[in-house]
Design a protein around this ligand. Structure first.
Ligand SMILES: CC1=C(CCC(=O)O)c2cc3nc(cc4[nH]c(cc5[nH]c(cc1n2)c(C)c5CCC(=O)O)c(CCC(=O)O)c4C)C(CCC(=O)O)=C3C
Ligand SMILES: [Fe+2]
Length: 343
């Protein structure tokens, strides 16, 4: 297959106070998220002046990728389009068409399977192409990368660095806590071709990072950033409840590693660096949050390698045992039922 462009696919985030509400409405359209929850999340963004770091993190990743591609004789032009905020993917796809692009490779800023983390990016691509109409370029999404060494290694390093900031004398009562975005239980059950893939991949990533970073410590995988209406079950326990349970058991210190995310965006800097950190302080727990991959050189090389897998049929590194593939089944990760007006 001959590809003629690379496109970064991401979530998008507000970059000024006036962006916040319209951004949030884009995220939750038809999802039944209560107004009270939205008002709370609005305040999280306003705490940072209405600016999410995620767009700048995408710009930084793009800049690093341009350098990385050039160093490896990859001549694909680089584009970027988001699901929920500017640059919106539909505008990017229109630009790509104007530039004569016919078939691009897309990299989504999420390592895992499931509706929000994988399938919805395929839907974003389809919607953007439909919006642009005839001559819209095809976009082939690169595979999930939860067990790629270029994703695991930066997480291992980050956990080690975070551990180094805690009191070594209390190592015997220190615990490693991996977190990912909670999702509705129904979405977790229907993730991937046979279900349960989001959890299975996260469990594998946690196991791989734990084995390399701190095999002597006990560890858990828990959830953060729950959204949605309260009567719908989401994955539990929440990180904050889990910290309470750990403190009761005699744990004195925690390293929190957000393996569910690839950059330190708002769900990380608010939900972990403010909320969970406050919970830990109230409980008297030592607390260190491990960094996400961001623009770690191994992570940047991983994206380049994922491109090369598709252009020159090279080996596909995988540390775990869960298979990955290039094109998902059409009926995997079903779209949750939307309420109210369609998009
Ligand atoms: C699995 C998953 C990832 C990881 C995979 C990936 O990265 O794609 C992720 C990432 C992110 N989630 C983000 C922000 C939000 N997520 C929300 C709501 C939701 N997330 C969900 C799932 C996920 N979300 C779900 C099932 C909902 C319910 C509504 C719906 O079904 O869609 C809401 C609504 C308000 C609320 O929180 O209630 C916001 C504002 C940001 C941007 C941060 C920034 O601005 O820096 C990022 C990267
Ligand atoms: Fe989210």
């Amino acid at each position: 297959m001959v590809y003629d462009a690379f496109v970064l696919l991401s979530f998008g985030g507000p970059e000024k106070p006036d962006d916040v509400m319209p951004f949030l409405r884009n995220v939750v359209r038809g999802r039944g998220v209560p107004d009270e929850r939205l008002a709370e999340v609005y305040e999280h963004y306003m705490h940072f002046g209405g600016v999410s770091p995620i767009n700048q993190q995408c710009r930084d990743l793009l800049a690093a990728l341009e350098t990385e591609f050039a160093a490896h004789d990859i001549t694909l032009p680089v584009y970027w389009g988001n699901r929920n905020w500017h640059p919106m993917l539909a505008d990017t796809v229109a630009q790509m068409r104007d530039d004569g692009i016919e078939h691009a490779l897309g990299f989504a800023t999420s390592a895992y399977g499931g509706y929000s983390s994988c399938k919805q990016y395929w839907e974003d691509i389809a919607a953007a192409r439909a919006h642009v109409g005839p001559k819209a370029p095809k976009i082939a999404k690169l595979r999930q990368f939860h067990d790629h060494p270029g994703f695991v290694r930066p997480n291992v390093e980050a956990v080690r660095s975070a551990l180094d900031t805690l009191d070594a004398a209390r190592r015997a009562s220190t615990r490693l806590v991996f977190t990912a975005h909670s999702i509705p239980v129904s979405m977790a059950q229907s993730a991937g071709p046979t279900g349960g893939r989001y959890n299975a991949q996260l469990e594998e990533t946690a196991r791989l990072v734990h084995a390399e970073a701190a095999e002597d410590l006990p560890y858990d995988l828990v959830w953060q950033s729950r959204s949605g209406p309260p009567h719908i079950p989401w994955l539990e326990p929440d990180i904050n409840d889990h910290l309470e349970a750990l403190a009761e058991k005699g744990v004195t210190d925690v390293v929190v590693s957000p393996i569910g995310f690839v950059s330190d965006h708002l769900e990380v800097i608010w939900d972990l660096d403010n909320e969970a950190k406050d919970t830990a302080a109230r409980l008297g727990l030592g607390y260190a949050r491990a960094a996400t991959p961001g623009v770690h050189p191994d992570f940047v090389s991983m994206v380049r390698e994922l491109v090369q897998e598709r252009t020159d049929d090279r080996k596909r590194p995988a540390l775990g045992t869960l298979a990955t593939w290039d094109t998902c089944q059409i009926d995997c990760c079903p779209t949750p039922v939307r309420r109210g007006a369609p998009r």
